[in-house]
Design a protein around this ligand. Sequence first.
Ligand code: C2E
Ligand code: MG
Ligand code: MG
Ligand code: MG
Length: 289
Amino acid sequence: YEAKRDRTGVEVYEAARDGNTPDRLGLLADLRRALDACEVELHYQPKVGFDGRVAGLEALVRWTHPERGKVPPDEFIAIAETSGLMPQLTEYVLETALEQVAHWRRNGLTVPVAVNVSPRDVHSPGFAGAVAARLARHGVPPGALQLEITEHVLLEDPQRAADTLAGLTGHGVKMSLDDFGTGYSSLVHLRRLPVSELKIDRSFVARLAVDAEDAEIVRCTVDLAHSLGLLVVAEGVEDDETWERLRDLGCDAVQGWLVAAAMPPHEATAWLRSRAAGRAPVRSAGTAG
Ligand code: C2E
Ligand code: MG
Ligand code: MG
Ligand code: MG
């Protein structure tokens, strides 16, 4: 008990410099406990082509706090990032996602899964090797795993990041560049990152159908990505009009509530099965949440 109090004291000191509030500290302690208690779950959101082909599923972490209810990932991921808890969270997410992929594969569903990783992960020495070992342990081929990174990976130590990413792609893991367009020098970053997919940030997609400038940004992004040999996925597609505009602009796949929100594993399994059987519509509005 004394040791715990000491550790908490250190956290209070460091967090104060980060501008952390006692509320954030409470949440951090709870998250640490939640990971140990496996209270954190993964939901899965499909990426689909315009012909309905399922390109993959993105694993999105979900935490239901016993008293506070659902805590938004953006909130607790920021806390994990600044507190040193990120490696533990990523380990948990990778482990859970690979278990799920292996389970789906045993049941004839060979869909790739994408896992979000933070810049911290990419900067941790040995990350690429650890991922490869984990894949081998689960008997999952590297091509069935995609890692979503943001261009922030290049901010801190570009060489270290480049080495890790080269290691991962060398093992056969696919890399995807998430939230494209929100960083400060996207073009330079894009050229330096060994990614095979680019995801256009929801902020450009949301108003695509009504804002000519956003439409132009999306058009340029699609053309740029294709000229570099990358696949383009649009995030946050919520309506038919946006879907149609993206298809016309030559986007390769979409993700969004129009197709399906992130689903708990058993629902994702049912969704995959209905797709495989050709029973589900390509688009199905009204699943927001
Ligand atoms: P992201 O990777 O860009 O994920 C897309 C976010 O958009 C998800 O939010 C998803 O639920 C939401 N979304 C999907 N379709 C729609 C739509 O049609 N409309 C709207 N309004 N939103 C949509 P979520 O799950 O809250 O995750 C937020 C962010 O948290 C993620 O952004 C990602 O950066 C991070 N994140 C989530 N899970 C993990 C994880 O396991 N590890 C790490 N490091 N980060 C994660
Ligand atoms: Mg993502
Ligand atoms: Mg994104
Ligand atoms: Mg995001």
